[in-house]
Write a protein of this length. Structure first.
Length: 316
C-alpha cells in the first residue's frame, strides 16, 4: 500500500526541529536514518504490490500481506506479550482505527493496479491536509489560518496530479482519494487513542483485523495464473516488508522526536518515483511533478507547524 501514517505514529512533542537536531547525542541522526530506511521499505512494498496486482486481484495481494504480518506478530510478539496484545481500554475505537487503515490499504491496492506508484503515493499523502480541515470540527482543535493555507496548497497539488485531461485513470483517482479519506480517519483516531493505548496493541489490532477481513474475502479474490517462483517470493516479501518497515519505524520514533522525523516521511514520494522509474519505466510529467512538490511542501509545512517550528523568539 502507499504509505499511510503508520500504526505507531505518535503526536509530535512541542520541541522544535532545530532543538532536536542540535542535540549532541547521535540518536536523533540514527532515528532519521531508520525512518528513511522504513519509508524506502514501504515504497518497495507499494512497488511490489503494483507488480503483483498486474496479475492478481488486489484483495488477494493485500490479504497475503496482512495475514503474513499478523502471523509474524503472533510468532515474535505473542510469547513475549501474550494477553497484553489484545488488552485495550477503547476496543471499539481501536477496531474502527484498524478498519480505516485496512480500507485505505485495499483502495490503494486497487488504485495501484491502474496508476503509477509515485502519483498514488502523493495523493495518499494528502491525508494530513484533510485532517487539518476536519480536525476543528471533529477533534475540536484550534483553527489555524497557516494550516488551512497549507492544506489548500496540498489540494492544489492533487488537482495538478489528477487534473482533467491528464493521463491518470479517473476510477483509480477515485480509489486513491477514498484511501486518503480513510487514512485521515485513521490519523484522527490515532490522536484520540494515543493517550490510552500502547503501540504494540494498535499494531496488533490492525494486523489482526486486516488478516480477518481480507482472509474472509479470499474465496472471491483467489484466482489468476499459478505464481512463478518470483511472484511467490514477492507475495511473501510483502508481509516481510510490512513487518520490517513497521519495526524500523517504531525504532526511529524511540530514538528521535516525532517533530524531527515528520518531514522525513515525505521521502517516500521520492523513493516511489525512483522505484516506479526503475521497475516500470514510468516518469511523471511536468504538471504531476509540480503537484507532488506542492503536496510535499504542504505536508512538511503542516508537520513543522504542528511541532511548534519555527519557534517565536522572546522580545527584548
Amino acid at each position: 500500500m502507499a504509505r499511510m501514517p503508520r500504526d505507531d505514529a505518535a503526536p509530535a512533542p512541542p520541541a522544535g526541529l532545530a532543538t532536536g537536531l542540535a542535540a549532541a547525542s547521535p540518536r536523533p541522526l540514527r532515528g532519521v536514518a531508520l525512518l528513511a530506511a522504513s519509508v524506502l521499505i514501504f515504497a518497495a512494498m507499494d512497488t511490489t504490490t503494483k507488480y503483483l496486482v498486474g496479475s492478481y486481484d488486489p484483495r488477494l495481494v493485500v490479504a497475503v500481506r496482512y495475514i503474513l504480518h499478523f502471523l509474524l506478530m503472533l510468532a515474535i510478539l505473542g510469547p513475549i506479550h501474550r494477553g497484553g496484545l489484545v488488552r485495550t481500554r477503547r476496543r471499539g475505537l481501536v477496531l474502527a482505527r484498524a478498519a480505516c487503515l485496512v480500507a485505505a490499504s485495499l483502495l490503494t491496492g486497487m488504485a495501484l493496479g491502474r496508476m503509477p506508484v509515485a502519483e498514488t503515493t502523493s495523493i495518499v499523502f494528502l491525508s494530513p491536509a484533510i485532517v487539518v480541515v476536519a480536525a476543528p470540527w471533529i477533534l475540536g482543535e484550534r483553527f489555524s489560518a497557516f494550516n488551512a493555507t497549507a492544506a489548500a496548497v496540498g489540494f492544489a497539488g492533487v488537482l495538478l496530479i489528477a487534473r482533467p485531461g491528464g493521463a491518470l485513470d479517473p476510477v483509480a483517482v477515485l480509489f486513491v482519494l477514498g484511501a486518503a479519506g480513510f487514512s485521515s480517519g485513521y490519523i484522527m483516531l490515532s490522536r484520540l487513542l494515543a493517550a490510552t493505548e500502547t503501540t504494540i496493541v494498535l499494531l496488533f489490532y490492525t494486523a489482526m483485523l486486516g488478516a480477518v477481513v481480507c482472509g474472509l474475502a479470499l474465496p472471491w479474490s483467489v484466482g489468476g495464473p499459478a505464481p512463478t517462483p518470483l511472484q511467490l517470493g514477492l507475495f511473501l516479501a510483502t508481509g516481510l516488508l510490512a513487518a520490517i518497515g513497521h519495526y524500523f519505524f517504531t525504532a526511529a520514533h524511540r530514538l528521535a522526536p516525532a517533530s524531527v522525523l515528520a518531514p522525513v516521511n515525505y521521502l517516500q514520494i521520492l523513493w516511489a518515483g525512483v522505484l516506479g522509474w526503475l521497475v516500470f519505466g514510468h516518469v511523471p510529467d511536468g504538471p504531476s511533478v509540480a503537484g507532488m512538490a506542492l503536496v510535499v511542501l504542504a505536508g512538511v509545512a503542516i508537520a513543522l507547524r504542528s511541532a511548534g517550528w519555527p519557534r517565536s523568539r522572546p522580545r527584548g
